[in-house]
Write a protein of this length. Structure first.
Length: 186
């Protein structure tokens, strides 16, 4: 869920300070902040072929239709697509160690698969999912969301955006399919 918080501070001539906080928890996203936040998150995880761009449309104050490019072909920028195809990936792992802010990969990675990506702007839902069929029996105790993106040196690298530990672990027998779907709702 998206949460918008606005803090307004008024410093009066006599030195008094008044603070007012407006917190809006919304689902369904009827305001512009939610719409723009949603669009930016969706752009972040977009699948973009090498050298291509992703943009979204809007109408400016004068009533003219415009587009905002959020992924472009530059090779040395995180939001670039110039060094490789940008794509989300789903990871499956066996570690049950609690997540840490310093995690850069799954701790017991078993597989990493190219993910599907979909956007439903009407309902403010961005989904990223992937499936894996293990060749032997496994216990999946962690899942992760990666992006394959350009770094500042123009090299494509995997970046871990989420590592979640499952409790209890999920036993998956050889030949079965395990699927993970990350759903961002606003």
């Amino acid at each position: 869920m998206f949460r918008k918080e606005i803090v307004i501070v008024v410093k009066r001539k006599d030195g008094r300070v008044e603070t007012r906080k407006v917190v809006v928890d919304k689902s369904g996203g009827g305001d512009l902040v939610t719409l723009w936040g949603f669009r930016l998150i969706c752009c972040l995880f977009a699948k973009v072929p090498k050298g291509a761009s992703v943009s979204f449309g809007f109408v400016d104050l004068g009533g003219t239709s415009r587009s905002q490019i959020c992924i472009h072909e530059r090779p040395r920028e995180f939001f670039g697509s110039g060094c490789a195809d940008r794509s989300p990936y789903i990871g499956f792992g066996s570690s049950d160690v609690a997540p840490s802010r310093s995690d850069s990969k799954l701790l017991g990675e078993l597989a990493r698969v190219d993910a599907s990506y979909s956007v439903d702007e009407t309902n403010f839902i961005c989904s990223i999912g992937g499936s894996w069929v293990p060749a032997s029996d496994v216990s999946v105790c962690e899942v992760g969301l990666y992006m394959f993106v350009c770094d500042s040196g123009g090299v494509a690298r995997y970046v871990l955006f989420d590592r979640s530990v499952l409790s209890p672990c999920i036993s998956v027998s050889a030949g079965s399919t395990i699927s993970v779907l990350y759903v961002f709702r606003f």
